[in-house]
Design a protein around this ligand. Sequence first.
Ligand code: IMP
Ligand code: MG
Length: 175
Amino acid sequence: MKKNKENIASFLSEEKIKKRISELGKKISDDFKNEDIVIIGVLKGSFIFLADLVREIKVPCKIEFIGVSSYEGTESTGHVRITHDLSAEVMNKNVVLVEDIVDTGKTIDYLSEMIRMRSPKSFKLCALLSKPDKHELNQKIDYLGFEIGNEFVVGYGLDYDGMYRELPYIGVLKC
Ligand code: IMP
Ligand code: MG
């Protein structure tokens, strides 16, 4: 598919995303009052969401990234591959794992288990989007932006084969 922004129908506007992220930041700040947190962004899709979210979090936080790859085109391969591991210990830390979108839940379940094995003090999940119909997820999402249907969405960090991440809003690919 050609990279043509006319192929994209707007789905969630910049304003809606900004408002919801401000609410999520407030909730996280309230839950971790008087505590420090380590925010772990799942690369690459979470990078824009994470950048906006951390500016709404009012408690001290360190930022880490973990890289995974499980998608080709619009289909999950079902196999999660770590492309970049954490650069710091999370033992005895309050960890918030930040994902762009939960589809089947396989990526987040895999990463959660991997991080829990490193003995954090607490562990919470945050996702901007969730596709509830397809969930095989074995845990709850503590901080969720929006539930959506089964459409394949791009923009605001989310990609289709590496493209469209830079869009400031979330859109649906028109095929
Ligand atoms: P899961 O393991 O099936 O939950 O897949 C989650 C990962 O698939 C996310 O981190 C995204 O990178 C990618 N993904 C799932 N749905 C979409 C979508 O609609 N647009 C872009 N990426 C998606
Ligand atoms: Mg992705």
